[in-house]
Structures are given as C-alpha cells and as structure tokens.
Design a protein around this ligand. Structure first.
Ligand SMILES: C[S@@+](CC[C@H](N)C(=O)[O-])C[C@H]1O[C@@H](n2cnc3c(N)ncnc32)[C@H](O)[C@@H]1O
Length: 284
C-alpha cells in the first residue's frame, strides 16, 4: 500500500536545532559508544602522537568531542554539525581545544579549506544515517583524513523502539507501515556488512563492534512525552508519517494507545534499546 513519504527537511538544521535542548536523553545513552569509539581510535593511532588533529563530524551536543577533550586537553579538535544550535551547546562549554563549525557532512569542502593538511582522526557518532545518502558523509570523511589516519563511526542498527511504536500504531491503524527511523534503509545493519563496505572504500584494519544503546526513561509517560514532543527527527519521522495519513486526530489516538503496549507487558520501558555499531579503521 502507498506510504506517505517523510516530509522534506526531516534532517534539516532547523529540525535538529528544535531538539537540541532535549537531546541530552539520547546523548546520555550514547556515552558508552563515544567512549568505545575513542578507545578503538586510540588503539589504531594514539591521540598523543605528534601532529594529531581530530574532527568530530555531526558532533551534536558533544558526546565525543567533550569526552575526548577531557582526556586530551591539548589535542586540537574541530567539532562540526549541520545545526548551529547543536554547535552552540558545545561552544558554550568553553573548552579551549575545541573549535566548533557549522558544516554539512554531505560536503566537507568547508572543513577541507579550514584544515588543508587533513585530520589524523575523523570520527562521527550516529550522524550518517540521517544524511540523505548515508554513504556520502563517509566518503567525505575519507577525503579529510590524512594517509595513515583513523576513521571511526557510530551507526544505528534495528531497534526495539521502532518495533514498539509499530505495535502501538497498529492497534489503531493495522494497515500502517513504518517509513523507518533513518533517512533511508540502505545503510547496513550487520557488523560484517558494515566492515565489508568500509573495506570496499579502501579502509584497512576495519573492526565493527556491536553495543546496544539503552536510553533510560523512568516511566511510560516520560518516554511518550519524549517520543511525541522532543522533535528528535527519528521519532518525529514516524509521527509525521501518522499525521500525513491520519491527521492530528490520528496522532492523538496513537499517543493515547502507546501506554497500552507497555501495560500488556509486550514491551518494558526500562529495556528499550537500539542496536548500534562502532566501526573503526585506517586510511592506508
Ligand atoms: C543522533 S545525533 C548524534 C550527535 C552526537 N554525535 C552524539 O553522539 O550524541 C545526530 C547529529 O547529526 C547532526 N547531523 C544530521 N545530519 C547532518 C549532516 N548532514 N551533516 C552534519 N551533521 C548532521 C544533527 O544535527 C545531530 O546533531
């Protein structure tokens, strides 16, 4: 059956700006991934090596760059994001070795001009699947990585939150099909496939580790409010798809049924999880 496509601008700077203040809920859940990304990158090339310079591409509220700067206060870090509201949150921390830049990961020419010598480490935690073509930001990242430098990615896999939402919607609209949380369903969600794709781009020493991300919601109400009101573009894409097909009343109906799927014990708000992957390799 015909599915409404996600409205244009799902991934716009404005959309991400609108959720910046509420983003800490997700940022907390990806701290273990930021840490693993940093550890895996460090294993390939130490952050204390001469000439180190790091790019955190799609920095959000700073999960990676702030953690890195806390451990390595002398390493120059460029933290870039599509959304000025996100980079402002990082800038406000006033960390002397972090420079923030508003830049689209789909085209890193601005970053290349700023830093023509390239970066020793180019990291991107959970950004690429929001880009219109998730492969392009990786190809761009490769172009700004020095030979011998490290590329590291956090990417999402399948997620119980989407399945839980599908259950709630289908109580009201059995024919509804999810448009998916990310910009497309094209990016691989299996470790071996992610690794193989990175290798096909010429990246060596690639390893992909799976580490679920578990956002902590204290109650169904808190989760429901986040899902419907945070403006986070991932859940918003699902809500927008309901709105496009069934209107605001349809959204309200689904919202009021969401607690039912928890009450019936099918899902547990304390155990919601996204599969997620950390992939790190080197440019030869
Ligand atoms: C899920 S958040 C991840 C933020 C952060 N890296 C973290 O680990 O918490 C995705 C971030 O990617 C940014 N983003 C989305 N599309 C982008 C693009 N095309 N270029 C650069 N940043 C983008 C968003 O503004 C948002 O801050």
């Amino acid at each position: 059956m015909d599915q409404p496509s996600a409205p244009k601008g799902v991934n716009s700077a404005d959309r991400w700006g609108a959720t910046a203040a509420a983003y800490h809920k997700i940022s907390e859940a990806v701290h273990p991934h930021a840490q693993l990304l940093i550890e895996q990158a460090e294993k390939r090339l130490s952050f204390t090596s001469p000439g180190v310079r790091v790019l955190d591409n799609g920095c959000g509220t700073g999960a990676v760059c702030l953690m890195l700067a806390a451990s390595y206060p002398k390493v120059p870090i460029v933290a870039s994001d599509l959304s000025p509201k996100m980079t402002e949150i990082v800038s406000r921390q006033g960390i002397s070795n972090i420079e923030t830049v508003v830049a689209d990961g789909m085209d890193l020419s601005k970053i290349r001009q700023m830093c023509p010598e390239g970066f020793s480490h180019v990291l991107s935690n959970f950004m690429i699947q929001f880009a219109p073509d998730p492969f392009q930001p990786i190809q761009q990242m490769i172009t700004v990585t020095r030979p011998g430098g490290v590329i590291g990615l956090g990417t999402w896999g399948s997620c119980t939150v989407e399945n839980m939402f599908i259950s709630a919607v289908q109580l009201v609209y059995p024919e509804w099909e999810s448009p998916g949380l990310w910009s497309t369903r094209d990016f691989p969600e299996q470790a071996a496939e992610i690794k193989a794709w990175m290798e096909s781009q010429g990246i060596i020493d690639v390893e992909t580790l799976e580490l679920p991300a578990c956002p902590k919601f204290s109650s169904v109400e808190e989760f429901t409010t986040y899902f419907f009101e945070s403006k986070n573009p991932a859940p918003e894409k699902l809500v927008d798809s309901i709105r496009a097909k069934y209107g605001d009343d349809g959204v309200e109906k689904v919202r009021s049924r969401l607690p039912t799927v928890f009450e019936h014990g099918e899902w547990d708000v304390a155990r919601l999880a996204f599969n997620a992957f950390i992939t790190v390799g080197r440019k030869p």
